[in-house]
Design a protein. Structure first.
Length: 406
């Protein structure tokens, strides 16, 4: 095991050198212990042909698994994944001008749905009203061909889990509105736009991490998410839109990002447990009066900069405030949605392996879904999982779990 750990640390450290200062770092002592000639040779002296052979074997095994799954499903009556021509009987769809497919209605009866990547041989790129008011669907996996999800799951009151791939760029209006059992969601760093009311009335949602790729977060985005406690907002947002967190009665603290200039109408209204609101000096407009951002939010304290718009607002509203000179935001990178993707970038790299290694020795918090890091399926996160991910990242695909949506 010591040799495995040493091997793991050596290669992960070499790969992580180009990562920014915010990436995970090991101490000099750990680095010196890890970088041995024996460890480096153990990984990099393997022949390229062996990597290709391993990948071919993995692809063959996956194909055999898929064929066996279909046979078993046909014999037992279980749900199976619907691909290409078979999907046309399960979905209504339109063909776009560029030859791609938009799925407009799911007609199946499964509660656990894996959306096809193709229909009649054409790529599926958009989901439009596909599952609206479907009260039976519980879990949905979206393929990595889809770039836009639009009003897709509104009113899906039984929905508990949706896997969004890193191909998605837009979560459009009302996409998850009224999904009252949706308790968590992982937004990939490919997303740039979140439309109005996208998560409105998601009354079971407890935390949300808006990646820094998001530049537009529209009005009523999280309105009436009554269990929402923890929020991280993209550092690239330029405004807090109206009613964004109105009615989030469990919310306790929010830090407004440093590029924001406008905080609009009722954005934090009816948040009785909001105790701390940090407002940067970049903010030049804060709605007040009839449209007050803190309407019926009476227990909050504003943390702001001297002579800022926020200070002026706090004084005029007689809201308790405290002058600060800097803002420190601690951000924990969210885990991905596929096995081995520890940094939620949609890829399997040595950086993922390093985070899993750190998790195995309690330097990182474990993901809620252990399968993301426990790639060998033994119920524990260990250096063996980290090594498997590292090998996968350099072409050795003997672990069949890595890369699968979990």
């Amino acid at each position: 095991m010591k040799r495995i750990l040493s091997l793991m640390l050596s290669v992960a450290m070499l790969a992580a050198i180009s990562v920014s200062a915010n990436a995970y770092e090991l101490t000099n002592e750990e680095t010196e212990a890890a970088l041995t000639d024996e460890a480096a040779a153990a990984v990099f002296d393997e022949e390229t042909s062996a990597a290709k052979l391993a990948e071919e074997e993995a692809q063959t095994a996956l194909a055999e698994e898929a064929a066996a799954a279909v046979i078993d499903a046909e014999e037992t009556g279980a749900d199976i994944d619907i691909e290409s021509s078979e999907a046309s009987a399960t979905y209504n769809y339109t063909t776009n001008s560029n030859g791609t497919i938009t799925l407009t209605k799911y007609k199946g009866t499964s509660t656990n749905v894996k959306i096809p990547s193709t229909v009649d041989g054409k790529k599926v790129t958009e989901l439009y009203y596909t599952f609206v008011n479907n009260t039976k669907v519980r879990t949905v996996t979206i393929p990595n061909t889809v770039t836009t999800i639009n009003n897709t799951f509104e009113g899906c009151t039984a929905l508990t889990s949706v896997t969004i791939p890193s191909s998605v760029k837009t979560i459009a209006s009302c996409t998850f509105k009224d999904c009252t059992k949706l308790s968590e969601i992982s937004i990939p760093s490919s997303v740039t736009t979140i439309g109005f009311s996208a998560f409105e009335n998601c009354s079971s949602l407890e935390e949300i991490f808006i990646p820094d790729s998001v530049t537009q977060l529209n009005f009523k985005g999280f309105m009436n998410c009554k269990k929402l406690k923890t929020v991280y907002l993209s550092k690239n947002l330029e405004e807090i839109d109206s009613n964004l967190f109105n009615g989030c009665s469990s919310l306790t603290e929010v830090t407004i990002p440093s590029k924001v200039t406008f905080v609009w109408n009722w954005s934090f209204a009816n948040c009785p447990n909001l105790k701390k609101l940090i407002i940067p000096p970049s903010v030049t407009h804060i709605s007040s009066g009839t449209y007050d951002i803190l309407q019926n939010t009476n227990n909050v304290k504003i943390y702001c900069f001297k002579d800022s718009k926020a200070e002026s607002y706090a004084k005029s509203r007689k809201v308790p405030y405290e002058i600060i000179t800097s803002i420190t935001t601690t951000v924990t990178t969210v885990w991905g949605t596929m096995a081995g993707d520890a940094d939620n970038d949609g890829k399997i790299t040595s950086v993922d392996a390093l985070r899993i290694l750190r998790t195995s020795v309690s330097l990182e918090e474990k993901p809620k879904n252990l399968k993301i890091a426990d790639v060998d399926g033994d119920g524990k996160i260990t250096s063996s999982d980290s090594l498997a991910v590292l090998r996968y990242s350099v072409g050795f695909r003997e672990n069949k779990n890595i890369g699968k949506i979990v």
